[in-house]
Design a protein around this ligand. Sequence first.
Ligand SMILES: [Zn+2]
Length: 331
Amino acid sequence: MQKGLKIPQGGPENRRFVLGIDIGGTGIKTGFVDTDGEVTRFRTLPTEGARGREALLDKICGIADAAAAASAAEGFELLGIGIGTAGFVDSQGRIAYATEILPGWTGTDLRGAVAERTGLDTAVLNDVHAIALGELWRGAGAKRGLRSFVCAALGTGIGGCIVEDGRIYGGRGGYAGGFGHMTVAQGGPVCSCGQRGCWEMYASVSALKRLIRERAEAAAAAAWERDPRLLFEAARAGDRDALGIVDHYAQMIAIGLVNLAHTLNCGDFVLGGAITRQGDFLLGRVEREMVRRLMPVYRAGGIGLHAAELGERAGVIGAAYALLETPGAPQ
Ligand SMILES: [Zn+2]
C-alpha cells in the first residue's frame, strides 16, 4: 500500500471503505472508496495481462490483502471489494468472455476466487457497467438527478451500459450493453468480434484515427492520428479537412445513439472517454445529427448528451457502489 496518505479521520461513518478495483487492458486502478463515494489512495498499477490468469489473480488478491492489512493496522473498516473488469461479466461475477488483451481471463470465476482467497464480500461487474454506476452515484448522472440513462464509453472500442431507474439493465445473463457491435453498415473493416459494420469500427477513437488516415493530407494526418486533440484544434481554427472529419465522426456517433434512442426510448446519454473533453464542439454536432434523424416522438422530451465527469476514477467508484448495492451487503 502507498505510504504517507492518511485515511480521513471523520466520524465513524467515514471510517468505512470499499476497496475499488478497475482492471483494464493496460492498467489496474485501485482506491479506497468511502460510503459517500470519496476516493483516497487512488493509484494505477500495470495489468501485465500477458503473464496470464494466475498472475493477474495473484495481483488482485495481493491488492486486497494489502488493503485488509491497512484496515487492521489503521483501524478502519473494510466493507468488501468491488471489481470492474474488461470483458463480459455474468451476473455471478464470472468472466464469460474476454478478448486476448487478457489472455486466459475467459471462464474465470473472478468473484468466487477473490472472495475465497480474501474472505471479503466481493462484487464483480463489467468495467463500463462500473463506470456507469460511478457516474450515476457521483458523476454526470448524480449532478443532473438522472436515474435512467445510457452510458457509452468511446475508446479503442465502444463499451456500453443501460441504467434504468438507478440499476443496471443486464438482460439475459447480464451482458446487455454491447453497443459497439451494433451493425451500422454493410461491409467495412473487420471488427475484433470478427464481423464487419460494427458501430465501434466507425465511432470509437480507433475509428476516428482510421478516418484521419483516409481523409487528411499526409502531413496533417500523422500529427492528428498521434493526438486527435490536434485534429480538434485544427477544426476549431477552421481547417476544412479537419472540420469534415469531425462532422463525419459526429454523424457516426449519432447513428449509434439514434439506434439506442429508437430502441430504448432514452433521452439522456453519458458519454465516456477522453474524446468527450471536446465538449460541445463535438457533442453539439452529435446532438444536431441525432435530432435530424430521430422520429419526433423520440426527441419530443429533449435529448441530453453529457460528458462523463469522473474521468479515470469512475470505474473504481462505480465498482465500490456495486458492492454497496449488492443485496445483503453492509450499508
Ligand atoms: Zn464487432
